[in-house]
Design a protein around this ligand. Structure first.
Ligand SMILES: [Mg+2]
Length: 295
């Protein structure tokens, strides 16, 4: 097979990490919003990379519970590095920052108070599970009635109190509404413990407690796993710049301006991850199998 003709080798050579470990960001990288994948080949490309010797995991600011769902769904074999620099590796949970559990307890109390306020103002509160999946699988009656404004909280979030604001329409669709989003933000703000957020363009309001970075999580993972070389991080924004001393930074197409990387995919989001994993898998068959690397 002529690889050039097949288009496989028609790329700049990819800078490879020392360790055969690639951690992928979720939002804007694997997913195009909270739950949607934009390329059907993602599962296969992950399995192919893992068969070629890669550990594929997640590094994102999502909750550990959210990441576990993605790990199951995508069949990942690598570590999870979640909100609060919490690391899950080989069935063991590591709290990198000892303040995380204490702050999480305070948020349980703050969230309950904020929710009580919302209910008293006629806003429906949903707090049963990860809201991103609940919203994707929403049915009339399961979350409220047509016309209701619903604040979808995430009961798993440890370092923050955020809610997606939606209005349920008569067809059972959850619709974003700027007015209602602002109203909910106003009710939640007095209960914030961290940094109150301006309402996001996707209807997310609340506050976040900036305690840790993705770099903290990766440093913790390195020490837990006994790794000294660079791993690969695949992301889409400056938040994924964990430092070139510990990672080769790879970006999907359409990444945030100013995100300095060692390689970029042509395609955005899920398709970009498929592309980069394909190139890592291809490289692994040549580079990582050579004895030179193990010398
Ligand atoms: Mg992202």
């Amino acid at each position: 097979m002529n690889l050039l003709r097949e288009g496989i080798a028609d790329f700049e050579p990819l800078t490879l990490p020392d360790e055969q470990i690639a951690l992928v960001d979720l939002r804007g990288t694997i997913t195009n919003d909270e739950v949607s994948l934009s390329h059907p080949g993602i599962y296969t490309s992950i399995q192919d990379a893992q068969r070629a010797g890669w550990l594929i995991g997640i590094v994102s600011s999502k909750t550990l519970e959210n990441q576990r769902r993605w790990r199951r769904y995508l069949g990942l074999n690598g570590p999870l590095i979640a909100e609060g620099a919490i690391v899950e590796w080989r069935n063991e949970l590591h709290y990198t920052n000892p303040l995380v559990p204490a702050i999480a307890e305070q948020y349980v109390i703050a969230r309950a108070a904020a929710q009580q306020e919302l209910v008293s103002m006629g806003v429906h509160v949903w707090d049963k599970d990860d809201p991103t999946w609940a919203m994707a699988e929403c049915r009339i009656g399961s979350v409220g009635d047509p016309g209701d404004t619903i604040a979808f909280f995430d009961p798993y979030r440890k370092l923050g109190m955020t809610a997606f604001v939606r209005v349920l329409d008569t067809k059972g669709q959850l619709i974003q509404n700027k007015q209602e989003t602002k109203r909910v933000a106003k009710y939640i703000r007095p209960f914030a413990l961290g940094h109150p957020m301006e309402p996001h363009d996707d209807g997310l309001v609340g506050d976040t407690y900036q305690l840790t970075t993705k770099r903290d999580g990766i440093l913790a993972f390195r020490s837990i796993a006994g790794i000294t070389g660079r791993i690969a991080v695949i992301g889409n924004s400056k938040k994924d710049d964990v430092g070139s001393d510990i990672a080769v930074l790879l970006a999907v197409g359409g990444a945030e301006a100013g995100f300095r990387t060692d390689g970029t995919a042509n395609a955005p989001q899920t398709a970009g991850v498929v592309e980069l994993l394909g190139r890592l898998t291809f490289a692994a068959k040549i580079e990582y199998s050579s004895s030179a690397r193990n010398a």
